[in-house]
Write a protein that binds this ligand. Sequence first.
Ligand code: HEC
Ligand code: HEC
Length: 483
Amino acid sequence: MSDHPIDPGPAGPTGPPPLPSRWRRRPGERMVMTPLMSSVGAMIAFAAVVFIVVLLPVQTFNPKASKDWVPLSDAALAGRQVFLSNGCVYCHSGFSRPQDVRAGLYYLYPKVSLPGDYFGTDQTPNLLGTERTGPDLTNEGGFHPDDWQFAHFYNPRYVDPFSLMPSFRFLSDHEVNDLSAFVQERSGKVGLLRYAGTLYAKHVDLAAQAYKPAPTGFQGANRTTEQADEQGKTADVIGGNILPQPDVVNLNEADRSYWLANDPLPVTVANLLRGKEIFRERCVACHGSLGDGKGPAAKFMSPPPADFTDKDDQCCGADTSPGDFYYRVLRGFPGTAMENFGTRLSVDDIWRVVMFAKTIPNGTLKSGRVPTPQDYIQWTPQDDLKAYVKAHPIDEMAPFVERPAPTDPFLVEAERMFPGMAPSDSILVPNIGRIDLTSIAAGIRRIYFNLLNKAWSDAKARGESLPPESQKNVLPEPIETGS
Ligand code: HEC
Ligand code: HEC
């Protein structure tokens, strides 16, 4: 140790440790970073993040239009503005992540958003949204018909008593029509396909019951439910069908395996009471607190909600078997505002509410009235239905026979709207004529291309940059796209 001279340091043995002789002690430390320096540095760091995360992608990320992309028509573009300025975007996101895809929802082709779905200046900046307080609306197009949308915008509780969405009754008719156009057209080609299917099915439903089209905007609010109901009268029985209208159309819009099905649950007070509870919670807004089809939403709708108070209809109608009712609640009624409850009610609860509906003509909806098995109206198939089923036999093996998936998207949609129809069936509809799956597909195709061409020419006239014309003619794929 004595070989190495050691600097004992200014403070002696109690000060900082000694240094080897040729080392120089560092000067006392001082803060080099001035407030100015740290502000400038922070700003540079922030700018770098903004540049990389925002500016660079905006400049360089320019995906091609996806196969599914469609431009917005002028009305839909105006509706987009209404959507933005009324804060819809805060509750409703506009891109579906894989976990959002509501595959269980019927009539909904599950689709995950792709970057190319947000092509074009009319959809920039895209309305991705953040909150998801309400459901994602990427796939809303054609999921409900316009009359449902109008009633819902006027007062969401009219169609969904549990809804927390605010009422938008202060909007003008014009704004509401545009808003509905936006909601129906924002879902790409598969959305337009679904919307075209709904429009076609509504066209047939109205013709079969001789109803006039539903009012647009909020004009329904000014009608009485009686006025809405009076419009329709059952069209005359026309030759060529074994069943009268609208039964023959209604039946073909339900899967045949349900046509003759009875309620599998025992008719007990407990089941009926649960059914009543569900009916009062979810169905009265449209079907009315007396079950007569005159709920507050009814005046917006055509065809109006079904009237359950008719005993004859309940016991003997061709399209009113418990199975048919079950199918309608599970999957909805094509083209009408009757929506599907398949993801909101359990199988048993659907059978229970259907069971309860069969007691309504006996006044069971009155408050405090406990429905009993004696109130239950047993349905039995009539001769004309039996004859129809015999003439149109159910091929029970059909779902199990392997066949190539239909490649024509319009035929896929036709089968979704008329699931009761076999390829060889046809029905005669007043004011329309004879329809079968092929002609239904052709009708849906026509509506689809009218919508698409209108949107395309509107966008062109607005001077938007459009993808090559060939993109327009790529047909919609009513199957999962993306992953
Ligand atoms: C406070 C949040 C909130 C706001 C704001 C809001 N919504 Fe909703 N929306 C909801 C909720 C919750 C639901 C689900 C219940 C229902 O159907 O009403 C819903 C449902 C919907 C549906 C039906 C979705 C489906 O298929 O089941 C549509 C369409 C819709 N909203 C459109 C709009 C439009 C357009 C606006 C603006 C004018 C808007 N919403 C504003 C919360 C909101
Ligand atoms: C948004 C309005 C709306 C709601 C909510 C609604 N319905 Fe309907 N419902 C309709 C409309 C519209 C029809 C179609 C009537 C037609 O085409 O003649 C219909 C038809 C039906 C039918 C077919 C009747 C028949 O004679 O074929 C059944 C069954 C039915 N609804 C049951 C229910 C039940 C049960 C609920 C509640 C769980 C419910 N609906 C909720 C509007 C609604």
